[in-house]
Design a protein around this ligand. Structure first.
Ligand SMILES: [Zn+2]
Length: 191
């Protein structure tokens, strides 16, 4: 037993000159080190959960540790910030990739440039994006350019908000929404 090691149960692996750390789940092995029996064991096994976040710039799937601030996280491939404070414009194909590979909820605003209520909701939606990221990803899909996405999610009228979690539609909101109602709706989703 190493002199510097804390007592069980916090000390979850053997240490000492002849003992290798006990086998740990794969994610924790990077935190283990072989103890020399003289110095304190400062490295202890730690469970780090990760959530998948799709890059808004290059669509790479990033694993972001939940114990680090996600708003500062950058894409491992293109180094863009994973959360940039504004809704991201998605095509039908990109929408599918984001929905299928994200561990955070995604809210999508289906809109079109000719639609007055959509334009009215634009600033409200953008403002809410700033305050809710990185708990929820906000995106926009132009239904004129992406009729496949509108058909797939049965968009009857715009603006329409659709919320996804774990690849499935979990909530819908039709028509123009004010800032307070939008905020409440999204908070329930993020909870
Ligand atoms: Zn990227």
């Amino acid at each position: 037993m190493c002199r510097g090691c804390p007592p069980a149960p916090r000390h979850r692996y053997k240490c000492g000159p002849r003992h290798m750390p006990m086998k740990q789940p794969e994610e924790t092995t990077q935190f283990l080190t072989r103890c020399d029996g003289k110095t304190s064991c400062t490295r202890r096994p730690k469970m780090t959960e990760k959530r998948r976040v799709v890059c808004p710039n290059c669509d790479s799937i990033n694993a972001v540790p939940t114990d680090r601030p996600a708003e500062a996280a950058k894409c491992g491939r293109c180094h863009a910030k994973l959360f940039q404070g504004f809704p991201i414009d998605l095509s039908s194909e990109r929408l599918e990739r984001h929905v299928a590979n994200s561990d955070i909820p995604i809210v999508v605003d289906f809109w079109a440039p000719w639609c007055g209520p959509c334009r009215a909701m634009g600033p409200i939606y953008a403002q809410t994006t700033k305050s809710i990221e990185p708990r929820v990803r906000f995106a926009k899909v132009n239904v004129d350019e992406n009729p496949q996405a509108a058909a797939r999610y049965s968009i009857q009228g715009i603006p329409a908000l659709v919320a996804f979690r774990e690849g499935k539609v979990v909530a819908r909101q039709a028509g123009l929404t004010d800032a307070q109602a939008l905020r409440g709706w999204v908070e329930r989703l993020a909870a």
